[in-house]
Design a protein around this ligand. Structure first.
Ligand SMILES: Cc1cc2nc3c(=O)[nH]c(=O)nc-3n(C[C@H](O)[C@H](O)[C@H](O)COP(=O)(O)OP(=O)(O)OC[C@H]3O[C@@H](n4cnc5c(N)ncnc54)[C@H](O)[C@@H]3O)c2cc1C
Length: 393
């Protein structure tokens, strides 16, 4: 066990920071206020090989692990330019396809995901299912060798700018579920790659009260016809394929949140050193220094758990990574929200002024408590799996 990051990883962090800094400090704020994706930054990171750092080399990726992708996401966020699509396209979809895609799917999709020229969104959440993915009602049925998809999704990020969506639905399966079991028990989870322009697929932006460059959409599937090869994970391993994306999702969620926490603490620290209203920098007052030190400790603790989760995941068997990935996501989300709130407090009135760009981040930072998995569902996991308490739902 070592707590010193390798020289390569430190160099990767520095290279990522340099790419982001080229865009200037107002770049992310301006895109978030206009609600438009940070496409130029995305492309620059893709061209540098940073977006596909975790994907196999034979498909144009960097051949490294989720640790490296998390590191990239964290550094981007630490510069104040959180890229939520990094959680989705290279982490969830890239991992699922690399591990469970057919040779054809890997060949067709991974090189573009690796260099950022292809973006794939991920849709699992449904209006009537929410956190309960056993209740999904998006259903695919066979029609010859094709699939016909019907259903709805909600809160799916980045669809407007994506080439496709990886849709989690269920397939009607006479074999699944025993006698007397409900209709939903007869439905097996399955994932489909759905190109954005497919007939019968429509989407509509949801008006959100968060200032963010990516938007969330509702998706509607109305007799969408998909070819046999749209099914990901085959008939054998749909659940394993879905689960393959979940730990990377939580690890990336943690990384982006930890980066946001660092960004907030960095801004607050600079202000505490500069601002002087009693003849000394306001950072000399413990009333400000201690809460910020506390936030720093909490963010650093979450980064330790993040490193543990990513390391366990990259060691191969991703089962033991589940607990650490959930804990890292929880800890980083809570630490970053507190850090941002404290950074605003350190700035006094300026913390709420548009010029300082801190208050506008509150909504986006708050997302980490809800998505990709909510705080309560993480606590359910830990209560049940770490503490052995009865399942409560
Ligand atoms: C900005 C943003 C981006 C998102 N991006 C995507 C995306 O790209 N793709 C996608 O598929 N989804 C996305 N989501 C959806 C997100 O994953 C869900 O919002 C989240 O999983 C919670 O589901 P829900 O909103 O339906 O809440 P609900 O499931 O309705 O839960 C409401 C509240 O009840 C709590 N709760 C629910 N069940 C339990 C229980 N058993 N025990 C204790 N508490 C419980 C929840 O924690 C929550 O606090 C996004 C959401 C947001 C806000």
């Amino acid at each position: 066990m070592t707590f010193t990051e390798s020289a390569e990883r430190q160099a990767l962090r520095e290279s990522v920071r340099q790419v982001v800094r080229k865009f200037g400090s107002g770049y992310a704020t301006e895109h978030a206020r206009r609600g438009v994706p940070m496409t130029e930054l995305w492309q620059a990171l893709g061209a540098a090989g940073f977006l596909g750092v975790n994907l196999p080399e034979e498909y144009g990726g960097g051949g490294a692990g989720i640790y490296e992708l998390a590191l990239v996401g964290e550094e981007v966020s630490a510069e104040g330019a959180s890229l939520i699509m990094m959680v989705v396209s290279p982490a969830i979809v890239g991992t699922v396809l690399a591990r469970y895609g057919t040779a054809e799917q890997r060949r067709d999709w991974l090189p573009g995901i690796a260099d950022g020229s292809t973006i794939v969104a991920f849709g699992i959440t449904e209006p009537d299912a929410g956190s309960n993915s056993h209740r999904l009602s998006t259903v695919a049925r066979r029609d010859g060798s094709d699939w016909i998809l019907n259903g709805r999704k909600t809160f799916v990020t980045g669809v407007r700018n994506a080439d496709a969506v990886l849709v989690v639905g269920r397939i009607q399966d006479a074999a699944a579920g025993g006698p007397g079991q409900s209709d939903t028990a007869r439905l097996r989870p399955a994932m489909f790659l759905l190109p954005r322009e497919t007939p019968g697929f429509t989407y509509q932006p949801i008006e959100m009260d968060i200032t963010e460059s990516e938007r969330q959409c509702q998706l509607f599937f109305d007799d969408v016809r998909l070819p046999a090869q749209a099914l990901v994970g085959g008939d054998d391993a749909p659940l394993e394929a879905l689960f393959a994306g979940l730990n990377p999702e939580r690890i990336m969620g943690a990384a982006l949140a930890a980066g946001t926490g660092r960004f907030a603490i960095g801004k607050a620290r600079r202000y505490l050193l500069e601002r002087d209203v009693w003849g000394v920098p306001i950072g000399a007052h413990q009333g400000l220094a201690h809460p910020l030190a506390q936030c720093h400790i909490e963010v650093e603790l979450s980064r330790l758990m993040l490193a543990k989760a990513a390391t366990l995941y990259d060691e191969g068997d991703d089962k033991p990574a589940g607990e650490a990935a959930n804990m890292a996501k929880y800890a980083a989300a809570e630490a970053s929200i507190r850090a941002l709130d404290q950074a605003i407090q350190c700035h006094g009135g300026n913390g709420l002024a548009a010029d300082y760009g801190l208050a506008m981040l509150l909504g986006a930072a708050r997302v980490a408590r809800v998505a990709p998995v909510s705080r309560e569902m993480v606590l359910n996991f830990v209560a049940q799996h770490s503490l052995g308490l009865p399942k409560s739902y």
